[in-house]
Design a protein around this ligand. Structure first.
Ligand SMILES: Cc1cc2nc3c(=O)[nH]c(=O)nc-3n(C[C@H](O)[C@H](O)[C@H](O)COP(=O)(O)OP(=O)(O)OC[C@H]3O[C@@H](n4cnc5c(N)ncnc54)[C@H](O)[C@@H]3O)c2cc1C
Length: 168
């Protein structure tokens, strides 16, 4: 595991921590250590990291902002990949929006609303990341992500909706 951590550090992919308590990364402030926890600083670095981790044969788990996680005191074996500020880009093209998996859902909903787009009002109070929201199909007030998601890219970026976002 030490070798893998060093290899990831050499690649300069972003933050690499060993034996990192997951309590530092969950809303409930619970959870034992991840053998390695990485926070890639860009989509390219995420790709590089995943290639190296796959080659190593070590198990990996993706998390977002930890708002729906109850992690045991035993922690999570292998590598935990946290999508955060390095993957929080946002592109708006008319009513089509592409957002990084690490972007905060609340910030996303507010930004979209300020740009005069409608369709994400339900998400204004749901904590977590875009990636977590898509994985969990987060919803409230009779609506949910499935109603606006156009596609989720395997690069872990998300393209959201042309159908349901409308100009106000
Ligand atoms: C106070 C509070 C209020 C809440 N209210 C609501 C609500 O109204 N409606 C609602 O639906 N939920 C609600 N939730 C639950 C939570 O906010 C959602 O489930 C949220 O979408 C989780 O996002 P996250 O980034 O925190 O994911 P995490 O908790 O980090 O992860 C959740 C799951 O998603 C997976 N995952 C995360 N990111 C990715 C990714 N990029 N790619 C693949 N898999 C990924 C993880 O492996 C894990 O299985 C609430 C939670 C809290 C604490």
């Amino acid at each position: 595991m030490k070798d893998l951590a060093n290899k990831l550090r050499e690649l300069n992919i972003g933050s690499v921590k060993e034996n990192e308590p997951l309590a530092n990364h969950t809303s409930m402030k619970i959870g034992g250590p991840a053998d390695i926890l990485i926070e890639p600083s860009s989509i390219e670095n995420l790709r590089k990291a995943v290639e190296v981790i796959k080659d190593s044969g070590v198990e990996w788990t993706v998390i977002g902002r930890g708002s729906n996680l109850l992690v045991s005191d035993k922690g999570i074996e292998g590598v935990v990949i946290k999508l955060g500020s390095g993957l929080d880009d946002l592109e708006i093209d008319g009513t089509r929006v592409t957002a990084g998996g690490g972007l905060s859902l609340v910030n996303f909903a507010i930004t979209i609303s300020r740009k005069g787009l409608s369709g994400l009002e339900f998400a204004g109070g749901i904590p977590g990341s875009i990636g977590g929201a898509v994985y969990m199909n987060a919803g409230a007030h009779g609506s949910d992500i499935s109603q606006i998601l156009e596609k989720a890219m395997c690069s872990l970026k998300m393209a959201l909706l042309s159908g349901s976002l409308t100009k106000r």
